[in-house]
Design a protein around this ligand. Structure first.
Ligand SMILES: Nc1ncnc2c1ncn2[C@@H]1O[C@H](COP(=O)(O)OP(=O)(O)O)[C@@H](O)[C@H]1O
Ligand SMILES: [Mg+2]
Length: 257
């Protein structure tokens, strides 16, 4: 039996979908079977971001309505062995699904995959409740500004009500600083959240598409996401402070991409 993990944040734009795909690719590369579940009903994105938009036949609303079985909505990534996608509906809203139905779908997916990564929509309404109710664990993705941090705190409180007691926290788009990430670490402690990832701001952060399956490469964000995937699967790997990349290295990397 696998585990389900909701990737959430409150507001949009913190990098949930980008992280979901890259984390899924990293987990699959490490030999785990992984399914991404796009819960953003009406505004799905993972199909396009993964380059799978032409392969979607059935979506979550079809599953909820009983038009198809869960397994018929699973699309295997053609280039990344072990990674699959279940897409949200594009023409239906979050009320096409209920927390109860969502739990049932996730249970079935957990029977088929080691990890079910649920990409949560923005907001804390029904879409959020659907996504959280099917999850065993949660990963809150926050930017480092005060508004995002306040959102993260609010979401942690709401998750508690869904019995997800100690969500894990990832700071995204972190800028390397001289003293390491003391500010981010102090903040996580204050919020009583387990900080398990520091992902640097990386304008070249690639996505794993069929054309570029091994996209994560050796970019700083790629390395951080790979480390995060190892911590998620139980490895005791300390957080490495982000270092400023030397300009010359950055240019070389940009040319190589
Ligand atoms: N570590 C990062 N460095 C630079 N840009 C990032 C990073 N993570 C995400 N982004 C960018 O931020 C934007 C929002 O990301 P997205 O994953 O769509 O957020 P969400 O799903 O939370 O709304 C995208 O343009 C994405 O490429
Ligand atoms: Mg998104």
């Amino acid at each position: 039996m696998g585990q389900s993990l909701v990737i959430t944040s409150g507001k949009g734009g913190s990098g949930k979908s980008t992280l979901a795909i890259n984390l899924g690719a990293a987990l699959a590369a490490a030999g785990q079977t992984c399914v991404l579940v796009d819960m953003d009903m009406g505004m799905r994105s993972l199909d396009i971001l993964c380059g799978l938009e032409n392969r979607i036949v059935y979506d979550l609303a079809d599953v909820a309505d009983g038009i198809c079985q869960v397994k018929q909505a699973i699309v295997k990534h053609p280039a990344i062995q072990g990674l699959s996608l279940v897409s949200a509906a594009q023409t239906r809203g979050s009320d096409a699904l209920s927390p109860q139905r969502s739990r049932e779908v996730m249970e079935e997916l957990k029977n088929r995959f080691d990890l079910v990564l649920i990409d949560c929509p923005a907001g804390v309404g029904r879409g959020f409740r659907n996504a959280a109710s099917g999850a065993d664990r949660a990963l809150i993705v926050s930017l480092t500004d005060p508004v995002s941090i306040r959102d993260a705190e609010r979401v942690a409180g709401l998750l508690e009500r869904s019995d997800i007691l100690r969500p894990e926290l990832v700071f995204n788009r972190v800028r390397p600083a001289r003293g390491g990430q003391r500010a981010e670490m102090g903040c996580a402690e204050r919020l009583n959240l387990n900080l398990i990832g520091l992902i640097p701001e990386d304008p070249l952060l690639p996505l794993a598409t069929p054309e570029r399956p091994a996209a994560l490469g050796s970019s700083p964000a790629g390395r951080a996401i790979r480390e995060l995937s190892r911590r998620l699967t139980g490895e005791d790997l300390p957080l490495t402070p982000l270092r400023r990349e030397r300009l010359i290295k950055r240019i070389a990397r940009a040319i190589a991409q």
